[in-house]
Design a protein around this ligand. Structure first.
Ligand code: NAP
Ligand code: GDD
Length: 384
């Protein structure tokens, strides 16, 4: 049985990857951090008692700041594949915590690579690199585009990228960098912009929230569907030779377009008024949901400069020619379907009937190993 170790298993990608690998018959080990509150909401539904016969899912306490524990873990588990997804992954937060981000996102990677080297095990290694590396380089961005990082997070990921290449070249480690563009899902962290928008939309419809405050709505991103991207991580480790791949959809949209798409799907037409930090969106029409909390003319979105970044990445759009040619990969879920799926789940979570066009589209595209469960919240919603 193939054995995988995942750092960041409690995160968006880690949780989907764990489900995906379990569906392929893997034994999956995950590193989790001790926290004073539950942080396993995304993986509770796949947890099994490690004592039960045939258990294939195991969790271990550890932290990317703790080299000794990482080395012990790798030596004891002896994974065939390691997926390093753990990181302080929020770009805006990295400006507030640059040193911590450098330590966990950057040096944390070296601790793990060193743990592999010192334990002497043979393994395949996936590094969660990021399109943030491209920063100020104009789109489309590919594996050969110069890296020009624009945040402490991106600088830390740049260091981790090169350490991965160095361990591949210096120690013959089968190590791949997946340079992944933004990918989202119903399990996306609540402070990343897409999820912030879809959650706020549901809250506005139920009257729990009056307004959504955003930062730079003209930034453009290449947004894909997270479950597809974890399949790519696995695929990279299946190749004969280790290599680095850019993974995205090849399409980009602004934050403003994402907001318009999400609100329109829930039946709310928006009109944007004003400019810069004074810009706001007011309800221009209400169709599907006859919400008692909203009426035409209501302001639902405002700009809060607090969410601006000292240095912004204006435009990311992937050139995925290499992944298409070598990995025979084509993205399946469109921006429209992704947005609808996230809205569907957040509406359902808020107890509102959802159109379910997004959920249906994903199902029809074969993501059958997951139903995007986010157990903790779903249980709260169901009043268990
Ligand atoms: P995420 O939801 O923020 O998950 C991050 C994971 O890292 C969580 O499990 C978190 O644990 C863990 N972690 C944080 N600090 C840690 C520490 N000190 N020690 C051990 N674990 C720690 O991120 P994601 O969206 O799944 O992304 C996965 C990886 O891909 C990250 O490295 C991210 O930077 C990278 N990436 C993401 C995207 C994207 O668009 N999603 C694109 C390119 C690259 P807790 O749950 O305890 O906080
Ligand atoms: N988070 C957030 N909150 N972003 C906002 C907001 C807001 O209120 N308003 C506008 N934005 C803009 C940001 O300035 C940025 O240009 C864009 O929306 C996307 O922001 P995030 O969703 O926070 O993602 P990110 O692009 O900064 O970083 C994500 O993608 C990277 C890959 O390109 C993260 O997942 C990183 O870990 C990942 O490496």
């Amino acid at each position: 049985m193939t054995r995988a170790l995942i750092t960041g298993i409690t995160g968006q990608d880690g949780s989907y990857l764990a489900e995906y690998l379990l569906s392929k018959g893997y034994e999956v080990h995950g590193v989790i951090r001790r926290a004073s509150t539950f942080n396993t909401g995304r993986i509770d539904h796949i947890y099994t008692d490690p004592h039960s016969p045939g258990a294939r899912f195991f969790l271990h306490y550890g932290d990317l700041s703790d080299a000794g524990q990482l080395t012990d873990l790798i030596y004891n588990v002896k994974p065939d594949e390691i997926y390093h997804l753990g990181a302080q992954s929020h770009v805006r937060v990295s400006f507030d915590t640059p040193e911590f981000t450098g330590d966990i996102t950057g040096i944390g990677t070296t601790r793990l690579l060193e743990a592999i080297r010192r334990s002497g095990i043979r393994t395949r290694y996936y590094q969660a690199s990021s399109s943030e590396l491209f920063g100020a380089s104009p789109p489309p961005q590919s594996e050969t585009t110069p890296f020009r990082p624009r945040s402490p997070y991106a600088a830390a990921k740049l260091y981790a990228y090169w350490m991965t290449v160095n361990y591949r070249e210096g120690y013959n480690l089968f190590a791949c960098n997946g340079i992944l563009f933004n990918h989202e899902s119903p399990r996306r962290g609540e402070t990343f912009v897409t999820r912030k928008v879809t959650r706020a939309l549901a809250n506005i419809l139920t009257g729990k929230q009056k307004r959504l405050y955003l930062g730079n709505i003209d930034a453009k991103r290449d947004w894909g569907f997270a479950p597809e991207y974890v399949e790519m991580m696995w695929l990279m480790l299946r190749q004969d030779e280790p290599d680095d791949y850019a993974v995205g959809t090849g399409e980009s949209h602004s934050v403003r377009e994402m907001v318009d798409t999400a609100f329109a799907y829930a039946g709310i037409g928006l009109e944007w008024k004003g400019e810069g930090a004074e810009e706001k969106a007011v309800v221009s029409s209400l169709a599907r949901h006859p919400s008692t909390c909203l009426k035409p003319g209501d302001t639902v979105i405002e700009i809060d400069p607090r969410y601006f970044r000292p240095t912004e990445v204006n435009h990311l759009r992937a050139d995925i020619s290499k992944a298409k040619e070598r990995l025979r990969w084509e993205p399946r879920v469109t921006f429209d379907e992704l947005t609808k799926t996230m809205v569907d789940y957040d509406l359902r979570m808020a107890g509102i009937e959802a159109p379910c066009e997004g959920i249906e589209a994903c199902r029809s595209k074969g993501f059958l190993y997951t139903d995007h469960t986010y157990s903790l919240y779903e249980r709260i919603r169901e009043g268990e």
